[in-house]
Ligand binder design. Structure first.
Ligand code: ZN
Length: 252
């Protein structure tokens, strides 16, 4: 039987916003090694030292067929017709470091390629990947339509940017009757973050109201950053108390 792990093609994505590594190197593109094509979608398996057997149990063929098919149909539903679309599947064990969330969905700066990254196998853990796909596809749509920049997938925006963005995304998914987190869940998430950022009661109240106003509204990165500045999230987000670490005498 044909190997599912042979590299059959390479896909290059160029970005507007590079990722700057610990050593200060700016990475402005990624190269995705393609292993399979299914239902018009290119598939890349990012596993540590995998065997064909590992692959078949983590990412079964029929499961990958349905995932690929659904990816194509969701992107189409949202008005994206990429020249190339790809899925990158990470094994849970390698999904550490910057990839703490369940996925990512970078688009390239030419806006002709969409990559959806799953950082956990959607099959092994049996979570509903339909919701993850819709969610990631909405992030991709906002980038595709240039409301957000094409950023390298390892670029980490401040946590509050994502938290605000999710009100826009889930509200729009709700309006389309698609799987999403509901407003109450997102408000809880936001309140937890605002507490972590130690917002005053007054700011907390304004921030929660601002979140409510973003529900279902199409936004731009610039608009979110502006909202964050007005609420003092930008300043607070630079040094979240939980992440403060002594970095030497100059920070004391
Ligand atoms: Zn998200």
């Amino acid at each position: 039987m044909e190997s599912r792990l042979k590299v059959i093609d390479k896909l290059r994505l160029d970005y507007e916003v590079p990722f700057v590594s610990d050593r200060g190197k700016a990475l402005d593109h990624t190269i995705v090694r393609i292993n399979e094509r299914r239902k018009g979608v290119e598939i890349s398996y990012a596993l540590l030292d995998p065997t064909e057997q590992d692959l078949d149990s983590l990412f079964p063929r029929d499961g990958m067929d349905s995932l690929a098919e659904m990816t194509g149909s969701i992107l189409g539903d949202l008005g994206m017709k990429p020249r190339r679309m790809a899925l990158q599947m990470w094994d849970y064990s390698v999904a550490r470091g910057p990839y703490s969330v369940e996925g990512r969905a970078p688009v390239n700066k030419q806006r002709d390629t969409v990559l959806v990254i799953f950082t956990k196998s959607p099959f092994v853990y049996k979570f509903g990947y339909e919701m993850v796909l819709w969610h990631q596809a909405m992030h991709a749509k906002d980038r595709w339509e240039r409301r957000f920049p094409a950023a390298h997938p390892q670029v980490q925006a401040d946590e509050w940017v994502d938290v605000l963005w999710h009100f826009s995304i889930d509200g729009r998914l709700e309006a389309r009757n698609k799987p999403h987190y509901n407003k109450a869940e997102r408000l809880e998430e936001a309140a937890a973050l605002f507490r972590k950022l130690r917002l005053s009661a007054d700011l907390m109240d304004r921030a929660v109201k601002a979140c409510g106003r973003l529900w279902g509204k199409e936004v731009t990165m610039e608009a979110l950053l502006q909202t964050g500045r007005e609420l003092g999230l930008e300043a607070a987000g630079k040094t979240p108390p939980s992440k403060r670490q002594p970095r030497g005498p100059e920070t004391r």
